[in-house]
Each structure stands twice: as structure tokens, then as C-alpha cells.
Design a protein around this ligand. Structure first.
Ligand SMILES: [Ca+2]
Ligand SMILES: [Ca+2]
Ligand SMILES: [Ca+2]
Length: 209
């Protein structure tokens, strides 16, 4: 999708390509629950094999969530933690859990699981940036603010075994913000994250969770 110069199917004619509005039009389609194999393959230009692999992974996690209750059809937080055994970083895990749970009802259903597993296994660079954006934009106001960058810095610091003081986290957050926030409005917008993801792999890596 991202590299096509043509507009997306059904996109309103007044939307400027590559604009914030343009990327949100795409992001809303990318971050919508997936109800069928056809929808999955279409969204990620993927195959039924990949779809079936993700469904199998989902079923395994449901079983781990509810070992004694075959009637359940979603992943619980406890079951989901088994995806990353030994992972010590609770902040990171919580960020990702909240992101996967698109409707914030405390359950990850198959249609939600397919979205983020699809993005991470078969998504384009732009779709991956949309997935990261969604997870980092904790209050979903379509901006990643300094406090949300700080949360990410703290989580990834912990993941790499480093413990940073509040002051260090502040400096790191300012550095990242200064680099990505091209229009200097004090927050990172989706179009800014996509543009960085395309141009600077090292900075893009910071946002990958
Ligand atoms: Ca849910
Ligand atoms: Ca936000
Ligand atoms: Ca900005």
C-alpha cells in the first residue's frame, strides 16, 4: 500500500497523499479486527498458510489460558504471558497486551490477534509503523506525546537490563522527540513515524515493540 502513488480504494478525493489524514485512512483499515482468511490475505498480501499458522498459535494460547474449559475462545492475560516465557519486562508486555486488545475488553479474540500477528509477520513497513503507533499512543489521541515516549524508553531500557534515572529518561525522550517531531508541535504524529521508519532504520527500531 504505502509505496503506491495511487490512492486507496474508496479514499475521499480531497485527501492529500502521504498526509496525516491519508495515513489514518489506511491505519483505520489496518487496525480493524479480521473476520476471515480472505480478509487477512487481502490486508497483508499474505497466504492461507500464514493465516492458518496464526490461528493455530491462537488456539494454543487459548488452551493455555483455560486448560480446563474448552468452551472459551479468547486469550487471557495469563495465557498471553506464556507467549514470552521468562520475559522479565512487564512494562513492555503490558504495552503490547493493551495494543492487541483493540476493544480494551481484557480479552484477546482471534479477530484481534490476527491483526497484530499479521502486521508483525507479513505487514509492510508502513503497516508495522501503524501497529507500533497504536501501541505507543496509549490514550489514542493520534499523537505520541513526550510522556508516551518516556514510557517506551523506560520499557525498552528495562528490556535491555539498563535502569535509567528519571532525568536520563527525560533526556532520551527529548532526543527522540526532537529527531522525529519534524513539525515541532511537541508530539509525534503517524505521518512523522512513517517517514522516519522509511528513512532511518536505527530510529525506527526504537519504536518497534
Ligand atoms: Ca478484545
Ligand atoms: Ca497519545
Ligand atoms: Ca509532530
Amino acid at each position: 500500500m504505502g509505496n503506491k502513488s495511487s490512492k486507496g480504494k474508496g479514499m475521499p478525493a480531497n485527501i492529500e497523499p502521504e498526509s496525516e489524514e491519508y495515513w489514518w485512512w489506511h491505519a483505520e483499515k489496518t487496525l480493524t479486527p479480521i473476520d476471515s482468511c480472505e480478509e487477512f490475505c487481502e490486508r497483508f498480501k499474505s497466504t492461507p498458510e500464514v493465516y492458518n499458522g496464526i490461528v493455530e498459535e491462537f488456539n494454543g494460547l487459548v488452551k493455555k489460558s483455560f486448560p480446563d474449559d474448552p468452551s472459551k475462545d479468547y486469550i487471557s492475560y495469563e495465557g498471553w504471558l506464556t507467549m514470552r516465557p521468562g520475559e522479565p519486562n512487564k512494562k513492555c508486555l503490558d504495552l503490547i497486551w493493551k495494543g492487541f486488545d483493540l476493544d480494551s475488553n481484557g480479552k484477546i479474540t482471534l479477530d484481534e490477534f490476527l491483526v497484530f500477528q499479521g502486521i508483525s509477520t507479513a505487514g509492510t513497513l508502513e503497516q508495522k509503523a501503524m501497529g507500533s503507533f497504536w501501541m505507543l499512543d496509549q490514550n489514542h489521541d493520534h499523537k505520541i506525546g513526550r510522556d508516551e515516549i518516556a514510557l517506551l524508553m523506560r520499557a525498552s531500557g528495562e528490556a535491555s537490563g539498563a535502569s535509567h534515572s528519571d532525568e536520563e529518561i527525560g533526556h532520551l525522550s527529548d532526543f527522540v522527540l526532537k529527531f522525529v517531531d519534524k513539525d515541532k508541535n511537541g508530539s509525534i504524529e503517524l505521518s512523522e513515524l512513517i517517514s522516519v521508519a522509511r528513512s532511518d532504520e536505527k530510529i525506527a527500531d526504537i519504536f518497534r515493540i
